[in-house]
Design a protein around this ligand. Structure first.
Ligand SMILES: [Zn+2]
Length: 581
């Protein structure tokens, strides 16, 4: 197969000015357009690979040439090696599978990184171990610093008893502690944290929450759901250094997993950061220092649209490394907490069908806000999980197209988990990206039948039906809520084998998709969702040089084995940023 030349990509902006010249050159001089990307020879050439390009005109090639941060040539070994000069580094891939760098369309990047750098309690299998880990971590931290996260799980202890502040007080005198259970629904505070928050036996109970108390009415340190806010409201803003170390840990974890782009959906107040602003500042510092090792698309809350619009900022504002993503709003809650909003009641909680988000309690205002943001040139993404929440948002998107016309909005619905069959074709018709996280399917699949019954699960995580109806799927992980590993996500979409092992042939198997379709959703689909498919998502000349080299060929092994496949090499911006030892 001949080398494909840069000019064939019409969407590569850089080529537009050259298109007339290049058109004349296309049939004869193969090297001419390659030179258009730089000063001649390639910096890095990968040969003897099985390279999955995501370019339908040249789907598989053997070799790639990279110059600077761009792909300058793809094709067979001999053609690509012609781009080598004396200084070119040539890497023999020894037949390994290469895919475009993964783009995770839905993460909470700072929160995930903050979890990595904090105390790790999930592996603590007894109260003794729990106490020991907290004591060791507290000794390593400056006096007065809050210790958060943790992800403990008392169900792993015998007896499975909730921890109390007395268990850790004498080893945490100098640091306020507020560590959460792995489901995020409850936290343990130590005495110092409660003192700082002014919480004691006289503190009144909170609607929607529980302060666990001992026989004398004293708080034990456990705060559930809405009661967590009693402590959270006194959490200080983290320092810039704290944010930077969390982001650095997060990008290291991304690199190990072949993830070269992430779309950051923001921060919950529980982490002590009230807006994305602190985190975006952190990203800018890393970019300025030349230390950003993953491309960021940073989403902001819809409520911020006016401030962005008044500064003249439109969708896709930013650089190739740090870009403004969509404006995010919420239509409902989650299936796990029975707050996802359905037409019919929950099968296991017949007194409720979930609830719309506070924003959606005023649908006309929410619509007007989205419409005005759209008119200002900003992109919209709405979290919607239950069928009724999704229908309501699709109706709003339809109205937007009717009133303001069709344009390249790339409207997004985040999660899009439980669809009414009638709404499936509307994603394609209304040009709405379904931004979905396949890992949730094999996680929720353990108990979703019980929660919503046999009929509704048929169009739950309906990857197959959405693709068949012509929708664009953008895949992500929802990390920190789930692992970031895209290979596990691909495994989940392809096998639908639930985590409990109870569906070896797949849960709702008619909704399985192919490996190629899942990879597409993790690369091209995700780039499309953030308006960046012109610069990344596929391996072709002119695109950014972001790649993942895999340990095994995911297109030819048993799909069940995909969950164990590792990323051997991650190339980001033309440089090797991770190599498995
Ligand atoms: Zn999320």
């Amino acid at each position: 197969m001949p080398i494909q030349i840069a000019a064939e990509r019409e969407s590569a902006h850089i080529m537009h000015a050259l298109s007339i010249v290049v058109a004349a050159a296309l049939t004869t001089a193969v090297l001419f357009p390659v030179r258009a990307f730089g000063q001649g020879q390639a910096d890095l050439i990968l040969v003897h690979g099985k390279i999955w390009t995501e370019n339908p005109r040249q789907p598989e090639v053997e070799a790639i040439a990279i110059q600077g941060n761009r792909i300058v040539g793809v094709g067979d070994n001999d053609s690509v090696l012609k781009l080598a000069g004396p200084k070119t580094k040539v890497v023999d891939l020894k037949g390994h599978r290469v895919v475009p760098g993964f783009n995770d369309a839905h993460v909470h990047f700072y929160m995930g990184g903050d979890g990595i750098t904090s105390v790790h309690l999930l592996g603590a299998s007894s109260t003794g171990e729990f106490r020991k880990r907290i004591a060791e971590f507290a000794r390593s931290r400056p006096k007065g610093e809050w210790i958060l996260n943790g992800n403990w799980d008392h169900e792993r202890w015998t007896p499975a008893q909730l921890p109390t502040h007395q268990l850790i007080d004498d080893v945490t005198d100098d640091n306020p502690i507020f560590v959460n259970r792995s489901d995020g629904h409850m936290c343990l505070a130590n005495a110092l944290a409660m003192k700082l928050a002014g919480v004691d036996r006289n503190t009144k109970d909170v609607p929607g929450g529980v302060i666990v108390r001992d026989a004398n009415g004293n708080p034990t340190g456990i705060f559930k759901d809405a009661a967590k806010n009693l402590i959270e409201r006194v959490l200080p803003h983290p320092s810039l250094d704290h944010i930077l170390s969390a982001l650095q840990a997060a990008q290291e974890y991304a690199a190990e997993n072949g993830v070269t782009s992430v779309q950051d959906m923001g921060v919950f107040t529980a982490q002590g950061v009230n807006t994305m602003a602190d985190v975006i500042r952190g990203y800018q510092v890393l970019e300025k220092r030349g230390e950003l090792r993953v491309r960021i698309s940073a989403h902001m809350p819809l409520a911020d649209w006016k401030r962005l619009a008044s500064a003249g900022i439109m969708a896709d504002f930013g650089t190739e490394k740090l870009q403004l993503g969509a404006l995010k709003s919420f239509a409902d809650g989650s299936l796990g907490s029975t707050t996802a909003w359905f037409f019919e009641p929950y099968s296991d909680a017949p007194n409720t069908s979930g609830i719309p988000s506070p924003e959606l309690l005023h649908p006309e205002e929410m619509y007007e806000e989205m419409r005005d943001a759209d008119r200002a040139g900003l992109q919209l993404a709405v979290h919607a999980i239950g069928d009724r929440a999704i229908r309501t948002i699709l109706d709003m998107f339809e109205r937007l197209e009717r009133e303001d016309g069709i344009s390249e909005r790339r409207l997004r619905i985040e999660h899009a988990q439980h669809l009414s069959p009638a709404d499936i074709p509307r994603f394609a018709k209304l040009h709405v990206v379904a931004s979905m996280q396949p890992y949730h399917a094999i996680d929720d699949g353990r108990w979703a039948d019980k929660r919503i019954g046999p009929e509704r699960v048929k169009t739950t995580y309906a990857f197959r039906s959405l693709l068949d109806a012509g929708a664009v799927l953008a895949f992500g992980s929802d990390w920190f809520v789930a692992p970031i590993n895209p290979l596990v996500g691909i495994y989940a979409a392809v096998t639908r084998r639930t985590l409990d092992g109870k569906h070896p042939d797949g849960w709702v198997p008619q909704q399985k998709i192919s490996v190629a379709e899942a990879v597409h959703a993790y690369t091209v689909g995700a780039a499309y969702a953030s308006l960046e498919d012109g610069i990344k998502g596929s391996i072709e000349p002119g695109k950014l040089a972001d790649l993942a080299v895999l340990s095994d060929d995911i297109f030819h092994i048993d799909p069940v084995e995909i969950q164990g496949v590792k990323v051997d090499i991650t190339i980001f911006d033309g440089r090797v940023i991770f190599e498995r030892k």
